[in-house]
Write a protein that binds this ligand. Structure first.
Ligand SMILES: [Zn+2]
Length: 461
């Protein structure tokens, strides 16, 4: 049951610099052999899976997911969130601590581990909070969080404003060998901003969230990484200035990194003005998509386009793509943030921030980064495997012999439409329903077990 022989796929493992058409043997939940010996070592009874024409890679990792359990299970649960992850091709996810109660103590970490073991179908790693109750006032018990098994700390959804408190958090995190991930938002600059501050916020009469509100905290974090020597990871970067700051800091050898989400490098703030304005003003179009007529229309003030940080300008989108291309931003993730329909069906100002993303991120990343020629498949896969595994010290993200048999099989060219009826998430707040996408996971394998199969492609399996 935990053994499989995958034959004829294009096997890409950035950790081992492997890219070749060959076979992979999984035995008892571990990678047993790759190459010609895979077939010869396979026991005769082992199940075979023909994956010719498909890419086989280490299981994808999403280090930025809101599972909403405990306390907000009307939006998502560990069961539905991990099912969405499996459909998107993800074998490991990291859940954020802004649940109810917050994950700021060992007991809640243990609860998530227990529920994930019972109800999760992919590996769930836990991020603990930086501050108690994510209030930014006093530090959480970072040492006891580490002992409970968190892989990082973050106040995601919120941002520690007090620089001295952040410095102490970095010092503790360094002692306990934990990376610190930060949602970069300066409250005094952002105040109650709901979309990118620029032409469109003025035209629409919505309060702006300036790019400097992110860049200010990115700069703060880089300075504190230099001061303390702690590993700082800037979450969901959206602004050109943030990319420039991170690039410069990395050149100086600071222990810093960054991540980007597909909505920030696919869409721009003009989307908030409706599809007509989006197409008329975004001169560069959306890479990888066909004619405008093929996409659904949407009205102005559609809350599916409200997220934090917000969609930004064409210039910012270009800078994020450039940062991903030149390696400044090494991690891709979704910031999967489910919300109920009734919560989003209100005026733009009152809607919660965030969209779901686990099921669309692989396709959108392939479309914007690979099908445009910016990144080779191996480079793109590294941002979903090797890079997050390295950052969080996970024994994942590789097909080395003996590694856990977590694998993703995907078709980079399959064209499909994201249909509301097909989502495994409990929530529907995603702007990409009805969009023609290119690239899709067709099999997700965790510990040698097939947990998700896209039937149309692998009907014979
Ligand atoms: Zn965030």
């Amino acid at each position: 049951m935990n053994s499989l022989l995958l034959t004829g796929g294009r096997v890409i493992d950035p950790a081992n610099r492997l890219d070749s058409s060959t076979d992979v043997l999984l035995l008892d939940g571990k990678v047993a052999a790759i190459g010609a010996e895979a077939a010869t070592q396979a026991p005769p009874e082992v199940e075979r899976m023909d994956v010719g024409g498909l890419v086989v890679c280490p299981g994808l990792i999403d280090l930025h997911v809101h599972l909403r359990e405990p306390g907000q299970t009307q939006k998502e649960t560990i069961a539905t969130g991990t099912a969405a992850a499996a459909r998107g091709g993800f074998t490991s996810i990291v859940c954020m601590p802004n649940t109810t109660p917050t994950i700021d103590n060992a007991g809640t970490v243990a609860l998530i581990h227990e529920r994930a073991a019972q109800h999760g179908i992919v590996n769930v790693f836990v991020a603990g909070a930086i501050s108690r109750n994510i209030a930014g006032e006093e530090l959480a018990s970072i040492g006891s969080l580490k002992r409970a098994g968190v892989v990082a700390i973050t106040d995601d959804g919120h941002c520690v404003q007090n620089n001295e408190l952040m410095r102490r958090a970095l010092e503790y995190a360094k002692m306990f060998d934990l990376p610190v991930m930060d949602h970069c938002q300066d409250y005094s600059l952002v105040t109650s901003g709901v979309m990118h501050e620029g032409y469109w916020s003025t035209a629409l009469g919505l309060q702006g969230w300036p790019a400097a509100g992110e860049e200010m905290i990115v700069a703060r974090n880089l300075l504190l990484a230099e001061l303390t020597g702690a590993q700082v990871h800037c979450q969901h970067l959206s602004a050109a200035g943030s990319v420039a700051l991170l690039r410069e800091a990395k050149k100086r050898g600071l222990p810093v990194s960054g991540e980007a989400c597909p909505h920030h490098f696919t869409l721009t703030d003009s989307a908030v003005a409706g599809s007509d304005k989006f197409w008329n003003t975004d001169g560069k179009g959306i890479f990888g998509f066909g004619e405008r007529a093929e996409l659904p229309a949407w009205p102005a003030y559609d809350t599916s386009f409200k997220m934090n940080p917000p969609l930004r300008s064409v210039h910012d989108r270009e800078a994020i793509l450039e940062g991903l291309t030149d390696g400044t931003i090494e991690v891709l993730c979704s910031d999967h943030a489910p919300h109920c329909v009734f919560e989003k069906e209100v005026e733009f100002d009152y809607a919660p921030f965030g969209i779901t993303g686990l099921e669309t991120e692989l396709a959108l990343s392939l479309m914007q980064l690979h099908h445009t020629g910016r990144l080779g498949l191996s480079e793109l896969i590294a941002k979903f495997t090797l890079a997050p595994a390295r950052l969080l010290r996970l024994a994942k993200g590789t097909l080395s012999i003996g590694a856990d048999a977590d694998l993703t099989v995907f078709d980079p060219d399959q064209e499909w439409v994201f249909d509301k009826g097909l989502t495994a998430s409990k929530s529907f707040n995603n702007p990409f329903y009805g969009w023609p996408l290119k690239g899709r996971a067709v099999a997700t394998i965790v510990g040698g077990k097939k947990i998700w199969i896209e039937q149309s492609e692998l009907a014979a399996v």
